[in-house]
Design a binder for this molecule. Structure first.
Ligand code: TYD
Length: 139
């Protein structure tokens, strides 16, 4: 599972006028984009996320500033450093994620394949571990 979390480098078309980074659904990222949101103004000691999703996949990009994302599949953990506007991470469904260590100027842009539905969020870590155990038993 966790090996499916990966960094993606986006095409850049900058020139003497400045930078331009392209993110096209189903081309630069592996899904059609249904939702975009962005997070900024989080203090350095704040931990956001703390959830997993039954259906939503995500691509996260620090278009300004820096942050870290800890991903967890119930067995293994990995930390990604988001610190370049043209590099993001792809997270499949059913990954527990914490976003933290936000720089003051951090703007974390998130794309998803799904519209917002609070019912598909798992916000309790013990419940998440139980869900993952059940899935593994079924395999
Ligand atoms: P939350 O999921 O806690 O944010 P994060 O994962 O960044 O820590 O969402 C914060 C609030 O915003 C919560 O009331 C739900 C709402 N929200 C939406 O209405 N639509 C969305 O797409 C998202 C991500 C959040």
């Amino acid at each position: 599972m966790i090996e499916q979390c990966r960094t993606i480098e986006f095409p850049q078309k900058g020139d003497e006028r400045g930078h331009l980074v392209i993110v096209e659904g189903n081309q630069d990222i592996p899904f059609d984009i249904k939702r975009a949101f962005y997070i900024y103004g989080s203090d350095k000691d704040v931990i956001r996320g703390r959830h997993a999703n039954y259906r939503s996949e995500f691509v996260l990009i620090n278009v300004a500033g820096t942050s870290k994302v800890r991903v967890d599949d119930g067995e293994r953990q990995k930390v990604f450093h988001l610190d370049r506007p043209h590099i993001g991470i792809y997270l499949p469904r059913l990954i527990w994620k914490d976003m933290y260590d936000f720089s003051r100027d951090s703007v974390l842009l998130c794309f998803s394949n799904e519209h917002y539905d609070p019912g598909e969020y798992i916000r309790d870590y013990d419940t998440y571990l139980e869900v993952m155990r059940e899935i593994k038993e079924e395999l």
